[in-house]
Ligand binder design. Structure first.
Ligand code: ADP
Ligand code: MG
Length: 247
């Protein structure tokens, strides 16, 4: 459902993604791991065109864009962006809107759907992430874990085909990490296709069908978690895994 071929992304002279090729099937749960600055966030942002790749081919659903020297059309951009939903490290909730309002905003404004119907769905999503009793609270009245669960509900309200998580727990106090990972794990068990950039190695091992190790803008190695975490083939992967705690 997603296919990228020889994708490159430069920021001026800095080549951040150096020919990434990758295919993701419907229902797959992929974890992306790798050192800070290796291009993980940039890769996720290229998948939903928050960044425009410098060259290469991106196929998302039935839309395919070849970036050689040209920008995607408005229509291509719209369908690619509709296809995926992103959850950010720092939540990005609207601070002036209560939790429920945060969730209904995009379905009402972007999708022009009826308020009653959207509210009903939002309440179901809030039940699911365990926040229904906080629906009228504002983001600054919530803990980090609650904010991230609200951000997940908001992302789900647009019913994306693929969920993109960019280090969803790295801004959280340690005791709040578990509640967010539990929600993500439940989504994976429902068969949601997802790509998760994470430093939580135990979680990656637990939920992923495939783990991708990225360093310096390359895919160094990828494989099943049981293989990659226990018997990495590449020296780079071994070094990285020795430094991070796999618990
Ligand atoms: P990671 O998520 O793996 O830590 P990033 O994708 O955020 O890595 O960043 C990879 C490299 O791209 C870094 O060197 C970073 O400074 C650079 N970079 C990321 N976003 C931008 C940007 N908008 N403008 C210029 N450089 C950027
Ligand atoms: Mg990042």
């Amino acid at each position: 459902m997603i296919k990228i071929e020889k994708l490159r992304k430069n920021f001026k002279d800095n080549e951040v993604l150096k020919s990434i090729s990758l295919e993701i099937e419907k229902g797959e749960v992929i974890s992306i791991i790798g050192p800070s600055g290796s291009g993980k966030t940039t890769l996720l942002r290229c998948l939903n065109l928050l960044e425009i790749p410098t060259s290469g081919i991106l196929g998302v659903g039935d839309v395919q864009v070849d970036f050689r020297g040209k920008a995607p059309s408005k229509q291509q951009k719209r369908s690619i962006q509709k296809f995926s939903g992103m959850v950010f490290q720092h939540f990005h909730l609207f601070p002036h809107l209560a939790v429920l309002e945060n969730i209904i905003e995009a379905p009402m404004v972007v999708q022009k759907r009826k308020k009653a119907e959207v509210v009903e769905e939002a309440e179901i999503l809030l039940q699911k992430v365990g926040l229904i009793e906080h629906k009228d609270h504002y983001p600054d009245q919530l803990s980090g874990g609650q904010k991230q669960r609200a951000a997940i509900a908001r992302m789900l309200s647009l019913k994306p085909e693929v969920l993109l998580f960019d280090e969803p727990t790295s801004a959280l106090d340690p005791e709040l990490v578990g509640e967010v990972l539990t929600v993500i794990k439940e989504l994976s068990e429902e068969g949601q296709t997802m790509i998760i950039v994470t430093h939580e190695m135990g979680f990656a091992r637990d939920v992923s069908d495939r783990v991708i190790f990225i360093a310096d803008g390359f895919i160094v190695e990828q494989g099943k978690p049981s293989e990659l975490f226990t018997a990495p083939k590449e020296e780079r992967t071994k070094q990285f895994l020795q430094k991070v705690l796999v618990r």
